[in-house]
Ligand binder design. Sequence first.
Ligand code: GDP
Ligand code: IMO
Ligand code: MG
Length: 437
Amino acid sequence: MKDNISVILGMQWGDEGKGKIVDLLAENSDYVVRFHGGNNAGHTIVANGKKYPLHLIPSGILHPNTKCVIANGVVVDLEVLVSEIEMFSKDGMEFKDRFFISDRCHLILPYHKALDIAYENARGENKLGTTARGIGPTLADKVSYNGIRIYELKNWELFEEKFKFQAKIKNAILKTFGVEPIDIEKELTRLKELREIVLPYITDTFQLLQRAIAEDKKILMEGAQAVMLDVDFSPYPFSTGSNTIPGAINTGAGVPIQKINQVLGVVKAYTSRVGSGPFPTELTDEVGKHLQQKGAEFGTTTGRARRVGWLDLEATKFACTVSGVTEIAITKIDILSGLENIKVCIGYELPPSVIARSEATKQSNKIPYSSCGYQELTKLTPIYKEFPGWTEDITNVKSFNDLPQNCQDYIKFIEEFLGVKISLISTGPKREEYIKT
Ligand code: GDP
Ligand code: IMO
Ligand code: MG
């Protein structure tokens, strides 16, 4: 079997720089495939003197010979999809015969977005901080047989009937929240316009990908969000609605797991998180300010300021293990330049007063990430290892040995702790700013 199918996944809480890495590797890929999540993702590419924030279209789109696929596991907001198609078409980008959407994708409809916001407002102080893009309500509809697939767009009369049935139910729910119901006729008029634009791209992406596999094409599976937001392996409910680990490739694109040769984990040199939820290594001091401002940590999707903190290797090691990571790309190491000292979390400790459900805590106060629910994660104390920092700007460094010694030591420690080779070091947002080790 050739080494033809790779997956790129975030190892933290999202925004690790997956878009940049996918764009970099897409040059030598025949296909780039999104297989889960939706437009809660915001993947940034900085190339050709421009910045492209992508939410749905796969991050291979800037390479004209690479085909881009939105496979069945993705939930699709037609409004966002069409605005991205239009943005790239204005730049002269060709979509015909190189952009495909599965007819099995579920649609994010206007009432899903309204419900996402209504639930959040109802939670008040306990809000989760979702992206308000309707992700949770759409996935809930999918598994409760109330969803509407893109497939239905092929027959407008049938779609209209299904949409009206669901919209009436959703409007009744919105009313109980005291929220304005959606205007069914107005929304249908807009959906009909959007449908005309996307119809040519709708296809059976399962067949498409099976053919690509049979022809030994190079395929890059583009993960969104990250392992710490996985609906099963995160401290639920502070998660996203989809599975974000490699298993989602099988369910979300029909690609058998045995065909995947490389799992590239993307690890930011520190940690960021958008929205609520426990964050053991969070920094709210001057160092936090440095990371937030120098790292320009604002959400690509919502523009919200991201919370920041030290690199949490206890959580990241879990993410690598559950995903079977074979290689790591480390990003935003340049942002650490100028810090006097750098800390990394190498374990968690619970105060003896906290009764944990972990077997491990019976012998000591240590608790592994996997045994933590959100309550443990808010009560534990991170165990840190401290490194001396460096002052040099490393953005234009092209070889590992030319990095400041302290920076090399920091990277080597991460590699040893995780037990996975770091094959790529990203030193800036631009496509060409990286070191191959
Ligand atoms: P994604 O969701 O994982 O694709 O990440 P985002 O695009 O949401 O956020 C990552 C941000 O960091 C973007 O603005 C990127 O342009 C930027 N970025 C990516 N890699 C690097 C890097 O190595 N250094 C710096 N300074 N910025 C980077
Ligand atoms: P990329 O692909 C960072 C977070 C939200 C919220 C939680 C649930 O750019 O890394 P949702 O709208 O999914 O129901 O929100 O998940 N979240 C992300 N955080 N990067 C993302 O994607 C995210 N997608 C969802 O902030 O905490
Ligand atoms: Mg992002």
